[in-house]
Write a protein that binds this ligand. Structure first.
Ligand SMILES: Cc1cccc(C)c1Nc1c(-c2c(F)cccc2F)nc2cccc(C)n12
Length: 233
């Protein structure tokens, strides 16, 4: 049985990514609003738009702190962010919703999502995903690394230096694989299960594109940042 060892460099990498992941949280004023504003489909959608916009800002700040990301070609950095944003946001909201925080924030967020006028065909797979993430009981390091691996997916549209991104992603995959072996010794398939969630994220990505279109058709307003990251007119 091979002895799994995390090197000094890999430990530093985990610390850098975890610090960045924990440093960038959704601002208090946004989460406070979620608890205060009244419930109507319009108000819920408005609040979710604010949360989504804030999640994009948090994601951009987190991504800039991924070791090696800023050394990538600048246009590739933009292509990776645009291509991975919704998947990283699904992961982040799944992690928020599966933490039973005493703030009651999770229940309120779930309630507002359910009553935001979103179509059932999108709601069901989304909440199934949230449940499947919750069941994994990922540690903070695993959550931060899985989000990093999603962002560093080489085959996003318009990425030019495929190999440079692949090398960076492989570095993160190696660290996550070792962490899973060390932190879940009783579950040899745990790492494979985490990667399986990334496949599920791709399906949700497609649903999200359709959801954006249907919201636009129903004349829902987005913020400039959401329009820019998802090329919405
Ligand atoms: C903040 C939030 C949390 C859970 C579910 C939803 C629907 C949202 N809100 C949105 C999402 C979105 C996201 F932010 C994270 C995960 C999946 C997502 F669909 N995308 C968009 C795009 C335009 C407007 C909104 C309101 N919106």
């Amino acid at each position: 049985k091979e002895k799994v060892e995390i090197t000094k460099e890999q430990r530093a990498l985990i610390k850098a990514i975890l610090d960045a992941y924990n440093r960038h949280q959704i601002p208090q004023d946004v989460t406070k609003k979620l608890l205060q504003e009244q419930y109507s489909a319009e108000e819920n959608f408005l609040l979710l738009t604010e949360v989504a916009t804030s999640q994009v800002q948090v994601l951009v700040e987190f991504t800039k702190n991924i070791p090696g990301f800023l050394s990538l070609d600048r246009e590739d950095q933009i292509a990776l962010l645009k291509g991975s944003a919704v998947e990283a946001m699904f992961l982040r909201s799944a992690q928020v919703l599966s933490e039973k925080k005493p703030s009651g924030y999770t229940e309120v967020l779930e309630e507002r999502i359910r009553k935001s006028g979103m179509s059932e065909e999108f709601m069901t797979p989304m909440f199934n995903f949230y449940k499947s993430i919750g069941e994994l009981h990922m540690t903070q390091e695993e959550q931060a690394l899985l989000t990093t691996i999603t962002i560093l997916t080489p085959d996003r549209p318009y990425v030019k230096s495929h190999e440079a991104v692949e090398r960076l992603q492989e570095t993160m995959l190696d660290v996550l694989r070792k962490l899973c072996v060390l932190q879940h010794p009783q579950e040899p398939q745990y790492f494979a299960r985490l990667l399986g969630r990334l496949t599920e994220l791709r399906t949700l990505h497609h649903y999200h594109v359709e959801m954006l279109t249907s919201w636009k058709t129903n004349d829902h307003k987005f913020t400039p940042l959401l329009c820019e990251i998802w090329d919405v007119q």
